[in-house]
Design a protein around this ligand. Structure first.
Ligand code: NAD
Length: 472
């Protein structure tokens, strides 16, 4: 299946489900009273509610957890067209078709089937290892995928037996709260459990800090950029930290250039390059550089001239204190907006802009999160690897290579030491979109848990029974 077909299939599956449910499938956005909706304006009240709900969940057992996970997935799919639109209207970053696809991709989030128990028996009795919940988990979500991150976290955390208190990004809080309230209402109606997914309706840095420090929140799960990742890594609490990336791509002389171009366009254009795993800068060896640029044009991306790149760079990236930052007016915007800044008018249907730059261009070190990707000409594979390492900044997040040289693939995989390493496909392949792997919207990089699953949100507990309970 080619790249566009995959997205088209997800979107059409969503639309098909809409049309086969009497036209009344969409659950209206409403705001029930705070006590049942899970929406709060203070952290203590949210933690109180989350504590009660978690105790109810613990009593209800695994089948109910499984049922809730399936319910959340069904609701995300059913509501994807409206929720995608509502999220885009509020956050103003990304693309509608991919906002919808991201809600559809939640179908693949692992649930209770990921919880495995282990046992050991011997002459002295038995031991049983179980994966227990933490309790109430404090959650921070990014603006880039507000409802998807909340839903993916909720599925995995509830599968593991936990409840949530969320401090959403202020620019994506309304849509997150709307979806959380709908989930809570449906969970209550079907399973009788009060709001498991609790959110601060008007989040601030102060409410985030209260969640970080709350004595009844034993675990934090933080998804976001450098500042919040740093703050989370400094807390004395158990923190699962899904931090920033700046994924480099290396293309060597053995690569299938047409496939490389397709992969780069798919990964970098996805939701206008908002994904933390998305291709952000490309290093191509000199001997195939011109052919690679031609392959990108052939695959439908539009190349900016040197003058166009210069104009776009001036408009889209600025110097802040001691480093470059992407300009908010361009983050997650459509290619046509970037093209206008570069001084060209774009034809319909273009997913990605690209252009030759030197390593010095700020688009190379900056996690731009917009659909323009700089292509840097390098001497050879060694040079490409050196620059890929430098511009990934040691985040240990994601790296991509297009190559048919096993030695180069192995060397890059070892040297980059990233959580995700995509070979001969788009970055999204690592999360199951055009590749093998299950998805997650929180890839825990500095804290090391990687692609989060229900197991990430459990505590190991062992019971040992000495000299009894064995049946042999
Ligand atoms: P952001 O850092 O601006 O905000 C993320 C969240 O952190 C928001 O809820 C925000 O309110 C909160 N926050 C920011 N500073 C804080 C502080 N000092 N204390 C407490 N809370 C704070 O990021 P964003 O623009 O929403 O999202 C994009 C960033 O997130 C990118 O860097 C991207 O790579 C990263 N991201 C990573 C993953 C992953 O799985 N590793 C997934 C999505 C996004």
């Amino acid at each position: 299946m080619d790249d566009k077909t995959l997205i088209a299939n997800v979107v059409s599956e969503v639309l098909k489900r809409m049309s086969t449910s009497n036209g009344s499938s969409a659950i209206a956005a409403s705001s029930p009273a705070a006590s049942t909706s899970g929406l709060f304006d203070n952290v203590d009240a949210a933690v109180d509610q989350a504590t009660i709900a978690q105790q109810q969940l613990a009593k209800a057992g695994l089948e109910v957890r499984d049922g809730i996970c399936k319910l959340l997935k069904a609701m995300a799919l059913e509501n994807a067209p409206q929720w995608g639109r509502i999220e885009l209207e509020e956050t103003k970053v990304g693309r509608l078709d991919h906002k919808i696809a991201k809600l559809g991709l939640l179908q693949g989030i692992p649930g209770v089937e990921f919880l495995k128990t282990a046992s050991k028996t011997g002459d002295k009795g038995i031991c049983l290892d179980e994966m227990a919940p933490w309790g109430v988990i404090g959650v921070i979500t990014p603006v880039t995928h507000s409802i998807p991150t909340m839903t993916a976290n909720a599925i995995a955390m509830i599968a593991a037996g936990n409840s949530l208190v969320i401090n959403p990004h202020p620019s994506g809080a309304k849509c997150l709260c709307m979806a959380a309230a709908e989930y809570n209402k449906a969970i209550k109606a079907q399973f009788g459990i009060d709001s498991l997914i609790n959110a601060i309706a008007t989040p601030t840095l102060d409410s985030a800090d209260k969640i970080f420090k709350h004595p009844r929140i034993p675990m934090l799960v933080v998804t976001g950029g450098p500042a919040v990742a740093r703050a989370a890594m400094q807390t004395p609490k158990r923190a699962v930290v899904a931090g920033p990336g700046n994924p480099p791509v290396v293309v060597d002389e053995t690569a299938d250039l047409a496939k490389a171009a397709e992969g780069i366009i798919f990964g970098a254009a996805f939701d206008n390059n908002l994904l933390c795993i998305g291709e952000k800068e490309v290093f191509v060896v000199d001997s195939v550089f011109d052919k690679m640029m031609a392959a990108m044009r052939q695959a439908g991306a539009v190349e900016l001239s040197a003058g166009g790149v210069e104009k776009l760079t001036k408009a889209a990236i600025s110097w802040h204190e001691d480093h470059f930052v992407a300009n908010k007016d361009f983050i997650g915007k459509d290619p046509s907006v970037l093209a206008e800044a570069a001084g060209i008018k774009l034809r319909e249907g273009v997913d990605l802009l690209f252009g030759e730059t030197t390593e010095d261009n700020p688009f190379v070190p900056v996690e731009q999160m917009m659909p323009f990707v700089p292509f840097v000409r390098v001497r050879d594979f060694d040079h490409a690897l050196e620059l890929a390492l430098k511009h990934e900044h040691g985040f240990g997040h994601t790296a991509i290579i297009h190559s048919n040289n096993l030695n180069n693939i192995t060397r890059m995989g070892q040297a980059m030491n990233t959580t995700l390493f995509a070979v001969n496909g788009p970055s999204t392949g690592c999360l199951g979109a055009n590749g093998e792997g299950y998805p997650s919207y929180s890839i825990a990089t500095p804290s090391g848990e990687g692609v989060t699953t229900p197991l990430t949100f459990t505590r190991f507990r062992r019971m040992t029974v000495t000299n009894s309970l064995r049946i042999v």
